[in-house]
Write a protein that binds this ligand. Structure first.
Ligand SMILES: [Zn+2]
Ligand SMILES: [Zn+2]
Length: 148
């Protein structure tokens, strides 16, 4: 029996969370973790009590759907909703966060972001670097700690 390492385990959870996405333009998942415990999760979709993109259609502005909230933002919102502090947490994201999500993650106290799919957003990367948040491609971690 092969046990997954922590990074693989949490990224697999993020991938599963992403399958709940309700915006057909993207399936993105995020899991916020501290000390090997899941604090919150989020996937991209319309706000609470608002029709899903799958029902009402996407609302496109400049090629982006503005109806749905991004996965990382929803993971932060879940912390606010349930009173879960996120300071010092690591974010496992199926996609590299956009600049708006990066700002939320920075201010929520996230110290590290692990992502699978690269999303070219130089300003997001600059902000994360300035804030001292580690931005780590999952590919560089896989199998590194399988026995930890
Ligand atoms: Zn949408
Ligand atoms: Zn985003």
């Amino acid at each position: 029996m092969t046990r997954p390492g922590w990074d693989e385990y949490f990224m697999e959870v993020a991938r599963t969370v992403a399958t709940r996405a309700t915006c057909p333009r993207a399936s993105v998942g995020a899991v916020l973790v501290r000390e090997h415990r899941i604090l919150t999760t989020g996937y991209n979709g319309a706000p609470r009590n608002v029709a899903h993109c799958t029902e009402a259609g996407c609302e496109l502005v400049n090629g982006h759907c503005v109806r749905s909230t991004h996965a990382e933002a929803n993971a932060v919102v879940q912390g606010a909703l349930h009173g879960v502090g996120l300071d010092g947490a690591t974010a496992y994201c199926t996609h590299q966060p956009c600049v708006n999500c990066a700002k939320l993650l920075i201010s929520a106290g996230i110290v590290k972001i692990v992502y699978v799919e690269a999303y070219a957003d130089p300003f997001s990367q600059r902000l994360l670097a300035e804030a001292g948040v580690a931005l780590v491609p999952f590919a560089t971690l896989a199998h590194a700690n399988a026995n930890a």
